[in-house]
Structures are given as structure tokens and as C-alpha cells.
Design a protein around this ligand. Structure first.
Ligand SMILES: NC(=O)C1=CN([C@@H]2O[C@H](COP(=O)(O)OP(=O)(O)OC[C@H]3O[C@@H](n4cnc5c(N)ncnc54)[C@H](O)[C@@H]3O)[C@@H](O)[C@H]2O)C=CC1
Ligand SMILES: CC(=O)[C@](C)(O)C(=O)O
Ligand SMILES: [Mg+2]
Ligand SMILES: [Mg+2]
Length: 347
């Protein structure tokens, strides 16, 4: 249906409009092969299975995530296979290896994309940056995307709680004439809240911007800046952490989630309101040039290139661990660990 967001009309699909029964009918003859069992793999595969679809998992034998798949109830030789065997058996191949992993697995996956099958992504990365990834699908298959806007962990948790994480959907190639029904049915099947339309290019550029920006990179940067200023002015770690992170995640963001920033503002002290109304524009103006620089770096493919280069190195895991350790060992997140332990519900 068409729905207005502010004054802009968009194509969206809701669960009322496309119920689960309809999704099951559309996909009743399909074997959905979920390739990769990292973060999105488990969330999507388990939700699809619990929603009554015919799902198998493809994963490297002997890997940690193979064992995780077994402990999640996937049965070797019945619903859990080596990657290639899953590609052979599946009629819809959900390509959920890491974006760098997709590059090395592509020649094998491509071999099994016989006419009529569907190739499904949760990111526009592989296809958009085809000069860098070599991922060029054959013409007689559907190439579709459902991109949950959040972690696979949340996708599963929210499903179990009877909620739904929103996803975008896109069709890159309709090789069978069935791509639209297939993509919507899969979007509903993996447990999406509502689905909004996009294309592969817009999905990848917005996603790369968001995770580098307000979802992760920018928020960590703003946290660090404020925490450092408070500490430099004699505030304790407890005070700096609570006033920077804990209050935001525990008290204020849940209110924003429920009713919007306007409502949260309206329900704080008049003192906070005055200051927060005065200061949001200077913060916007100070950071906007950084966001513009970020978007440019995404647009030119530089961000994609960097992530391919670093993720394909042999010592990638060790290097990553060093950088994550720096975050973990920072005083702010050390303080955070102590503060989390002190939450009454964790005692
Ligand atoms: N992590 C998340 O929650 C989200 C991820 N996505 C997208 O979903 C896709 C999957 O992402 P994640 O679940 O984060 O992946 P991941 O980084 O957790 O890796 C998934 C699986 O790929 C396997 N793998 C990696 N390299 C391989 C190779 N060369 N050969 C065979 N297997 C290999 C790993 O064993 C792992 O089981 C990506 O396109 C990502 O951008 C989209 C939304 C959110
Ligand atoms: C969770 C998500 O959607 C991200 C942040 O874009 C990702 O993990 O790539
Ligand atoms: Mg992402
Ligand atoms: Mg994302």
C-alpha cells in the first residue's frame, strides 16, 4: 500500500496486507537455504522455521557456527549441510555470509544458481559494488533483498516477543516473474515489522552511512567526547557514565522509542527543555560536515573498498580484536560494565 510519512508517500507492505498464511502459500514449494550462520543467519533461519517454512542451513563443517547451528536444533544431513550441498538443494539461496565471505564463496554459489532459483541478500553490498566483489548474477534467476534494519540478534528476540523489526525490500532482477511475491513473502517470513521499498544502491549507501553514523560510529564518538569532558572537569566515572550513557539507554531512549523526541522533550524539566532546545542546533551544525564527508566516502565506494580490504586479510580477526579491546578497556566502557552489574535486575 501507499502510506504517507510526513508529506512523502511511500510503497510499504504491512503484515495485515500480506499475512503469514499468504507468505506460506507463495513459498510452499520452495526450499529456503540460509547460507551462513553468523548474526543474520540464525535470526532469519529460526524465524522462518518457526513460521512454518521449509528451511535448511548451509555452513562450513567444523566451524564454531556449525556447532551453534546444531545446538539451535538444525540436524546435520537433514536440515544442516555444507555450504555447497545447501546451494544444490535450495531453490531460494539466502546469501548471509559476511560481505567479504560472499566474495570468496561466489563462484561456488553461482554454479548452483540454475534458472528459476532466487538469490536473496540482506545487504545491497555484493551487487552494488560488483566491480569490487565480482558478484554478477546470471539473468534467469530472481535477485532480491530483504534487509532487516537491526541486528540478527534483535530480529530473533523481537520475533520471540511477538514484535517485529522493520526491513527494507528490493528487487534487482525479476528473472522468473515471481520476484515480487517471493521477496515480500520472505520479508514477512523472516519476521519483519513492516517492509519499505528501496533498491540495492540506496540500501547499501544508507546502511553504510547509518552504521558509521548515528547507529554506531557517531554515537560512540559523541559519548566519548562528553565523557572525556566530564572526567577532565573532575566528575567521577559513575557520574560521567550515568550522565552520558546509562540515562540515555535506560530512561530517555525508551521514551523516544515510544513517543518520539518531541514527547521526551515535553516530559523533561523546563530547565532541560530550555537547554536542549538551545543546544541541538549547534550539535547538528558541528557534525553535519562530518556526515557529509562520510556520505561522500560511502558514495565513492571508498568505505566498501576499505571493508573488503580489511576483512579479507588473514590476520583480520586478531586486528579486529585489538581494536575492540581498546573500546572494551576504555574507562568509559569499564565503568559501563560495573554500572550494568549494579542494575537491580542483574542482581
Ligand atoms: N549482522 C547483522 O545483524 C546484519 C547483517 N546484515 C547483512 O547480512 C549479511 C550477513 O551478515 P552477518 O550475519 O553479520 O555475517 P557474519 O559476519 O556473522 O558471517 C556469517 C557467516 O559467514 C561465514 N563465512 C565468512 N566468510 C566465509 C567464507 N569465506 N566462506 C564460507 N563461510 C564464510 C561465517 O562462518 C559466518 O557463519 C551481510 O550481507 C550483512 O551486511 C544486514 C543487517 C544486519
Ligand atoms: C545491524 C545492522 O543493520 C548493521 C549495523 O548495519 C550491520 O551489522 O551491518
Ligand atoms: Mg550494515
Ligand atoms: Mg543495517
Amino acid at each position: 500500500m501507499k502510506l504517507k510519512f510526513g508529506s512523502v508517500e511511500e510503497n510499504v507492505v504491512t503484515r495485515e496486507e500480506f499475512p503469514l498464511e499468504k507468505a506460506r502459500e507463495v513459498l510452499k514449494d520452495e526450499v529456503i537455504a540460509v547460507l551462513g550462520y553468523g548474526v543474520q543467519g540464525p535470526g532469519q533461519a529460526l524465524n522462518l522455521k518457526d513460521n512454518g517454512f521449509n528451511v535448511i542451513v548451509g555452513q562450513r563443517k567444523g566451524s564454531k557456527t556449525w556447532d551453534k547451528a546444531v545446538s539451535d536444533g538444525w540436524v546435520p544431513g537433514k536440515t544442516l549441510f555444507e555450504l555447497e550441498e545447501a546451494c544444490e538443494k535450495g531453490t531460494i539461496l539466502q546469501f548471509l555470509l559476511s560481505d567479504a565471505g560472499q566474495i570468496s564463496a561466489w563462484p561456488m554459489v553461482k554454479k548452483h544458481l540454475t534458472p528459476g532459483k532466487a538469490l536473496y541478500f540482506s545487504h545491497g553490498f555484493g551487487v552494488t559494488y560488483k566491480e569490487k566483489t565480482g558478484i554478477i548474477p546470471p539473468p534467469d534467476v530472481d535477485v532480491i533483498l530483504v534487509a532487516p534494519k537491526g541486528s540478527g540478534t534483535s530480529l530473533r528476540r523481537m520475533f520471540v516477543e511477538g514484535r517485529g523489526l522493520n526491513s527494507s525490500y528490493a528487487i534487482f532482477q525479476d528473472g522468473t516473474g515471481k520476484a515480487k511475491d517471493r521477496v515480500i513473502a520472505l520479508g514477512i517470513g523472516v519476521g519483519s515489522g513492516y517492509l519499505f521499498e528501496t533498491d540495492f544502491y540506496r540500501e547499501v549507501t544508507s546502511d553504510l552511512t547509518g552504521e558509521r553514523g548515528t547507529l554506531m560510529g557517531a554515537i560512540q564518538g559523541i559519548f566519548a567526547a562528553q565523557y572525556e569532558v566530564l572526567r577532565a572537569n573532575g566528575h567521577t566515572p559513575s557520574e560521567a557514565f550515568n550522565e552520558t550513557v546509562e540515562e540515555l539507554t535506560q530512561s530517555l531512549m525508551p521514551l523516544v522509542a515510544e513517543n518520539g523526541m518531541d514527547w521526551m522533550y515535553a516530559n523533561c524539566s523546563t530547565t532541560a527543555q530550555r537547554g536542549a532546545l538551545d543546544w541541538w542546533k549547534p550539535f547538528r551544525d558541528a557534525t553535519k560536515p562530518v556526515f557529509e564527508k562520510l556520505y561522500e566516502s560511502v558514495k565513492t565506494g571508498q568505505e566498501a573498498q576499505k571493508s573488503i580490504d580489511s576483512n579479507s586479510k588473514d590476520d583480520y580477526r586478531e586486528k579486529l580484536e585489538v581494536e575492540l579491546k581498546e573500546l572494551r578497556d576504555s574507562e568509559m566502557w569499564q565503568a559501563g560494565a560495573t554500572v550494568r552489574k549494579l542494575r537491580p535486575e542483574n542482581n
